[in-house]
Write a protein that binds this ligand. Structure first.
Ligand code: SAM
Length: 262
């Protein structure tokens, strides 16, 4: 497990070697596309105001973001004045996040830590833990998912919330995209191999700045609820999109779960 990179209040990730700090973790498929990730996800913007607004509602922070990536959500959250503890297993993604935070003038509000979703290196207790943009789909089985939910619960104060989004693909989406290279952004291509029986997606991405292949695994809404319940959460809401519309069998699910008990 990676250790903590920098500690508030004297956070200064600038001199830290994120690669060395991540060296004792398994290699991440995101390392190869760390420079490609922001151009690849350029059109994904709808979730940013949602997560920033939820961070504002949670008080003064810090918010723990699991799978913080390049700071697509963490940087605007910090710009809104809310400190973020960002955990990720990819040294490359954390390095891009560090640069992005610096460029936005909020490096002092973002505390980056190499670590995994199921054992985040966080001792603080917070009122909000988030895991945006489907990062939990990288967990391979129920055991790992339960470990991840239980460790997220352990980070929360009583009544604290875990907010994350995931998806279940529609059949027509699978049929439309299966086995094809699709140009998602100019010069950036995506290839999806869906296994509807195993409920896994093998996703390849390639572009001028790198290429990679990663696996995602999806569950139904009741299955996510069951795991949350087993991990000690009440589900406050499950939305179908970031505008708070209720979930009604759409692809996207946005869960707001509250820590049960003490
Ligand atoms: C789809 S990106 C989301 C990044 C960011 N939250 C966002 O909204 O843009 C998923 C992130 O989760 C990280 N990740 C995937 N599996 C992980 C694991 N087991 N432990 C820690 N981080 C993980 C990846 O490195 C990547 O940065």
């Amino acid at each position: 497990m990676g250790g903590r990179i920098a500690a508030a209040p004297e956070r200064d990730n600038g001199g830290m070697d994120l690669e060395a700090a991540c060296a004792d973790m398994s290699p991440s498929p995101y390392d190869a596309i760390a420079e490609l990730y922001d151009p690849w996800s350029r059109s994904v913007t709808e979730d940013v105001p949602f997560y920033v607004s939820e961070a504002r509602k949670s008080g003064g922070g810090p918010v723990v973001e699991l799978g913080v990536g390049t700071g697509r959500i963490a940087v605007p959250t910090a710009v809104a004045g809310i400190p973020v503890i960002g955990v990720d297993s990819s040294a490359g993604m954390l390095e891009v996040c560090r640069r992005r935070a610096e460029a936005a003038g909020v490096a002092g509000l973002i505390d980056l830590r190499p670590g995994t979703l199921d054992a985040p290196p966080v001792n603080e207790r917070v009122s909000l833990v988030t895991c945006p943009f489907r990062a939990y789909l990288h967990l391979a089985g129920d055991e790992e998912r339960l470990r991840a939910f239980r460790s997220a619960r352990d980070l929360l104060v009583p009544d604290g919330r875990l907010i994350f989004d995931v998806f279940t693909p529609r059949r027509d989406d699978i049929e439309e995209t299966h086995g094809r290279w699709i140009e998602r952004e100019p010069g950036i291509f995506e290839h999806a191999d869906w296994d509807a029986d195993a409920r896994t997606l093998t996703l390849s991405v390639r572009g001028p700045e790198g290429e990679t292949t990663m696996t995602l695994a999806w569950l139904s809404e009741p299955e996510w609820r069951k795991l949350l319940d087993a991990a000690g959460f009440e589900v406050d809401a499950c939305y179908g999109w970031f505008d708070y519309r209720p979930y009604r069998s759409s692809e996207d699910m946005v869960f707001v779960a509250r820590r049960r008990g003490y």
